[in-house]
Design a binder for this molecule. Structure first.
Ligand code: SER
Length: 315
């Protein structure tokens, strides 16, 4: 991973991954790309940036060739709730983008990473301690694209020897860039509203457990997996990883420890609740631990302290 091209770099994961890789390896070590070039944006201004629509194969290949990258990290995709509103477009963007990225990786012999998700599981998946290898029959278009993507990445590895690697991310919580259109977004929104209004109205119902992770652990996981010894990797696409599992009442209680006057009520969104209900309560990350030493640092309490401290200076 000396010269990395990142697609979807203005998203929740991309903006932090690009910053960390540039800090570690130098600004020119990352070619950041996204479909738009906003003004006054740190990711755009802190190093090489190119506008790229990931459904445009020729442009993707040209950028990767011109900059002589050795790694492609493909993040551009629609999240679960927006994908459910526009399923045909979600298939087009998530799958065409992925096929193009895999083809560029094959053509140029690049290392490859793309995230899968807890959304790759469905209602018939065991809900507790969800195994690495288990039933995957998701009922959302997001999940359909994620399972298809996992299979396609494994296929490119076995058929073409492309060094594809991936993780199934849980809900990711961060303070730098907001997620857009996900089901787990409530666990990000809640911190903003706690500080702004002292109150949050949750669109996810009490008692709904989902896996979550603080962004520093997510970025650390990508970098660790990409640097892992391939000899140790029994799995590739994609590893279960998680740092914590909680339901809305538990994140509320964690915030109340820091902000005692914080209150939460519910206005459940049936669409996003249905998506959440189809996902696991808590997944088993033991293969990631055994095969590449995945080890998250933040639990709910540590994350809450840091989120609130960081957001206080930003809001
Ligand atoms: N956080 C994502 C979502 O809610 C799951 O991968 O869509």
């Amino acid at each position: 991973m000396h010269k990395v091209m990142v697609t979807g770099c203005l998203g929740q994961i991309g903006s932090e991954l690009v910053a960390q890789l540039r800090a570690q390896n130098g600004v020119d070590s990352v070619i950041a790309t996204d479909i738009r070039r906003p003004d006054h944006n740190e990711t755009v201004e802190s190093g090489p940036f190119e506008v790229l629509d990931v459904t445009d194969y020729d442009r993707m290949l040209k950028i990767a060739t011109d900059y002589q990258v050795d790694t492609l990290i493909h993040l551009a995709a629609l999240l679960s709730a927006v994908a459910e509103e526009r399923p045909q477009f979600a298939w087009q963007l998530n799958m065409t983008g992925l096929v193009n990225a895999l083809e560029v990786a094959r053509e140029l012999d690049l290392k490859f990473f793309t995230p899968s998700s807890i959304g790759a599981f469905g209602p018939s998946t065991p809900k507790d301690n969800t195994p690495q290898d288990t039933i995957q029959r998701p009922t959302t278009m997001y999940g359909v694209t994620k399972v298809s993507g996992e299979l396609l990445c494994d296929y490119y590895h076995t058929k073409y020897e492309v060094d594809t690697r991936g993780v199934r991310f849980p809900g990711l919580i961060s303070y730098k860039t907001l997620p857009g259109g996900g089901t787990t977004d409530y666990a990000v929104d809640i911190y903003y509203e706690a500080l702004r209004k002292g109150h949050y109205e949750s669109f996810i119902k009490e008692g709904t457990y989902m896996d979550m992770m603080y962004m520093p652990d997510a970025i650390g996981a990508i970098i660790k997996l990409m640097n892992a010894d391939p000899e140790r990797l029994i799995h590739r696409n994609a590893f279960n990883i998680t740092a914590m599992s909680f339901e809305p009442e538990q994140i509320k209680a964690a915030i109340q420890k820091e902000l005692p006057d914080f209150e939460m009520t519910y206005a459940v969104d049936p669409a996003r609740q249905a998506i959440a209900d189809s996902w696991p309560n808590q997944i088993d990350a033991s293969c990631a631990k055994a095969e590449w030493d995945f080890e998250p640092q933040y639990d709910l309490e540590a994350m809450t302290k840091d989120m609130l401290a960081q957001l206080k200076t930003r809001i």
